[in-house]
Write a protein that binds this ligand. Structure first.
Ligand SMILES: [Zn+2]
Ligand SMILES: [Zn+2]
Length: 96
């Protein structure tokens, strides 16, 4: 089941289930759209993949299958991340 993480891994901005700003990679790494566009350039710092908008779990299921409570906050270390961003940012995610 998709993990709905409660905040941006980089800036800790709150990303509730109904957020329009939550973006996820194929491993469910979760960032806000501002970080994805302005800092990550659509490159996941953990796996190098791209991001898509996170779907919203319907209200009728969110009590049964709630969001994660524990935050995953691990601000991006730019010096470590820059080579990966440079390598991947100009390759479409489907071709990485
Ligand atoms: Zn963020
Ligand atoms: Zn990832």
């Amino acid at each position: 089941m998709l993990q709905l993480r409660p905040s941006c891994e980089n800036c800790d901005k709150s990303l509730p289930n109904e957020s329009n700003e939550a973006m996820i990679c194929a491993y469910e790494c979760t960032f806000c759209i501002d970080c994805v566009q302005k800092i990550l350039f659509n490159v996941c710092p953990n796996c190098g993949g791209g991001f898509e908008k996170r779907p919203t779990r319907p209200k009728q299921y969110i009590t049964k299958h709630p969001m994660q409570i524990t935050k995953t906050v691990k601000p991006v270390q730019m010096s470590e991340f820059l080579p990966l961003r440079q390598k991947n940012k100009d390759t479409p995610p489907r071709e990485r």
